[in-house]
Design a protein around this ligand. Structure first.
Ligand SMILES: Nc1ncnc2c1ncn2[C@@H]1O[C@H](COP(=O)(O)OP(=O)(O)O)[C@@H](O)[C@H]1O
Ligand SMILES: [Mg+2]
Length: 215
């Protein structure tokens, strides 16, 4: 489903990524580990089309994303890619269900509220749907951001240290949720994590070291 070839990226002379090759199959859960500063977030942003490599290509199917115009790329990202970040990045002034619906409103499809309600139900948040983020626990906020990532039925979800800010019980619940979604819906996930338990549960664990994937 996703392939990256020869990805290089430097910042001000610092070579962060020095030739990353990888491929992700449909319905895989792949973890990416590596020490702080190893380039995990940089790689995830490039795979998720939020950033461009200096050299190399990112392919979804046989489409190389740099061949898309800025407008087509934003549309592609909105429709095909979901993101979950360490800090949930929910809009504080909107309720849980409104936050979940935002990518669907941007896409302009009908029935966002119905799908959002279904997702919140699956994620055990139905009774929290009209709460603002500040009225939710950290684990609940992060589950809302999972629902938001899934609202447009993306082909792939990228998560950057999604449980980095959660207590261990909420982290375990979130990790189990990822595998549930994969097992029940076939959802593909690429997850950057420092959590070795999560990394170990994945179908494959990739390690970034010295700018390349070492395992
Ligand atoms: N926008 C940027 N400008 C300059 N340096 C950056 C930028 N983004 C990341 N870096 C640097 O690239 C390296 C890798 O960063 P990052 O991908 O965030 O690592 P990780 O997520 O593995 O901790 C770090 O040394 C970081 O300081
Ligand atoms: Mg990072």
């Amino acid at each position: 489903m996703l392939k990256a070839e020869g990805i290089h990226k430097s910042y001000n002379g610092l070579n962060v990524l020095k030739g990353i090759d990888l491929s992700i199959k449909e319905s895989e859960v792949v973890s990416i580990v590596g020490s702080s500063g190893a380039g995990k977030s940089t790689l995830l942003h490039i795979l998720g089309t939020l950033d461009k490599p200096d050299k190399g290509g990112v392919y979804f199917g046989d489409k190389e994303v740099s061949s898309l115009s800025q407008k087509r790329l934003s549309q592609f990202r909105n429709e095909q890619i979901g993101f979950i970040f360490q800090f949930h990045n929910l809009f504080p002034e909107f309720t849980a269900i409104e936050n979940v619906c935002i990518p669907a409103y941007i896409r302009g499809v009908k029935g966002a509220e119905k799908r959002a309600t279904e997702l919140l139900k699956i994620l055990g948040l139905l009774d929290r749907k009209d709460h603002k983020p500040s009225e939710l626990s950290g684990g609940e906020q992060q589950r809302v951001s999972v629902a938001r990532a899934l609202i447009n039925d993306p082909s792939i979800v990228f998560a950057d240290e999604p449980s980095g800010n959660l207590d261990s019980q909420s982290a375990d619940d979130l990790h189990n949720l990822f595998f549930d979604l994969r097992n029940k819906m076939g959802q593909t996930f690429v997850i950057v994590t420092h959590n070795m338990e999560l990394a170990g549960m994945a179908d494959r664990k990739l390690e970034i070291k010295d700018g390349i994937i070492t395992s």
